[in-house]
Structure formats: structure tokens, C-alpha cells
Design a protein around this ligand. Sequence first.
Ligand SMILES: C[S@@+](CC[C@H](N)C(=O)[O-])C[C@H]1O[C@@H](n2cnc3c(N)ncnc32)[C@H](O)[C@@H]1O
Length: 291
Amino acid sequence: MTSLQILKVLVRELITSERAIRIPEPDLVMDRAEQVEAYTTAGAEGGTMAPVYLFHTTQISQVLRPGDTVVDLACGSANQLAQVARLNPDVHFLGIDLSPTMLARARQLTTEKSLANCEFRLASITDLGFLENRSVDAVISTLAFHHLPDAASLQASFREAGRVLKPDGGVYFADLGHLRAEKSIEYFGRQYADRQPEIFTVDYLNSLRAAFSLHDFKLAAQAFGGQLAVMSTFLVPYMIVVKSAARRPPDERLARALRALRQSLPDHHRSDLKDLILFFRAGGLATPYLG
Ligand SMILES: C[S@@+](CC[C@H](N)C(=O)[O-])C[C@H]1O[C@@H](n2cnc3c(N)ncnc32)[C@H](O)[C@@H]1O
């Protein structure tokens, strides 16, 4: 997307009187084989999602410490989780999801990548009853909460995350944010249509329509008693991040690995990553090592 195009979307969002209503995802749990395949391909190295995943990997790594046990809420096929787990080999990850097909892909991917620090469990992110109170060091989630049916479920999921988290634990949640104008949704949803299968574009449009608002996230974050910051991309909350303070000391090995991953991206992905870093920085969220 060119800067001029982004500017047009921003201006429209700021001045529009339209208020697109939230439409829940037609498939709350992603379990259709072709849908899982399209999502997994888009998230693979070189896929449409690569810059977004690298951005979140950088941010997530800041809230983790060696030795941590971390839960990834709605991990899907583990494209994001596998990248984080590879860069944080001394952290143990439990990915949970309600889709058996996604979890099968997640197990396959982490086995292919020889990641011994990941395990998976079929469970709902609104009920973490199998985990004790204050038993995990960090809770993370990317691009998933919009799959919940309503704001009450979002609050339930945040409450559960808050319950299982140890005091001073790490949190990093990122998701799409609700846009006001259907035209903006169409714009963001179709920006990479020529680089991806139609089924992924349709899923992405559904996700944008199902996204929760900044207000919904602020309400849900109250479950953590004011310990989390809620931030979004500048001016228009196209993407929202809810996070704890950083817990990791400066780490040159991690910095080098992240920069190498950025270097390995094709030019158009590096440019998308730069935009994301820029729009989040202007929204109050700095990106260590890549910013
Ligand atoms: C768009 S994918 C995101 C996957 C992954 N976090 C990522 O960033 O690539 C959303 C995932 O949420 C899962 N999901 C939806 N509702 C869920 C629930 N209540 N509990 C657990 N997983 C759920 C879906 O099955 C799907 O795998």
C-alpha cells in the first residue's frame, strides 16, 4: 500500500459518519482443511503475513524471560508461535486452540522445525480450567480474539488469562481493530489480494468485520487491574496491542537474529514492516531492535 493510499483511508476513517457494526466470524473455530491450508501458507516464510509475524515476534520476545512457561491463546497452525519459539529456545510454550485441524498443522510445523519447546492442547481460550491460578509466566495471543462471538467472551478470555498469570508475568496480545467504514475494511482486506488465495482474502475481510473496538479491548484489559497498556496504530486502530511492561534485559543475540530475519524479507515485506513499526511508534509502541 502506498503512503497516499494509507492517507486516504486514514482521512476517511477520521471524518466518516459511518459506524460499521461488528459482524462475528462465520467460522468462529477455523477447522476447514482448505481454510487452515490457506492461513498456514499466508503465514509461512515469504507469505503475506511474514512482516506482521516478525513485528509481533519482536514485541512478544520483550515480555518473555529465559525459563518462562508461556501460553499462546488460539495459536492456530503455530506460524507465529514457531517463530517466537525458535528465537526463545529456553522458554516453554503451550499453544491452545479449539481447532483439531489447526493443532495438527501446528504439531507438524514444530516437528518439522525440530522445536522441542512447544506443546499443544485442544481447549477454549475462554476457559483455561486445566491451568492453576498464577501458574504461568506469560500469556500471548496474536490475531485471534476477533474469532470470539462477542465482547463478553473477550472479557472472559482476558479474565482467564489474568487468573492463570503469575504476579509480574508478561502479557502481549495483538489483534485487528474495528474500522468505521466498510470501504476501509474492503481496502485493508484486499490490499494483498493479488499475492494470496481468494479464500484467505475472504477470511481476512471476515476478520476485519469481526474485529473488536479499542473500547472493547480497554474494557477487557481491566481484568488485569490497570497493569496493561492498550495501544493501537496511529489515528486509526487498524491493529491493537495490549501488553505488560517489558521483562527482558537487553539481548544482543536476539537483536541480531531479529535483524537477520528482517534482512531476509523481500523488499515489499520490509516496506510493510517499516509502516507497521512507524504507525505503532506514532501510536505509542516502540519496536526494540528494529525500530
Ligand atoms: C486467525 S487464527 C490466529 C492463529 C494464530 N494466533 C496466528 O497468529 O497465526 C484464529 C484462531 O483462533 C481459533 N479459535 C477461535 N475461537 C477459539 C476459542 N474459543 N478458543 C480457542 N481457539 C479459538 C481458531 O480455530 C483459529 O485457529
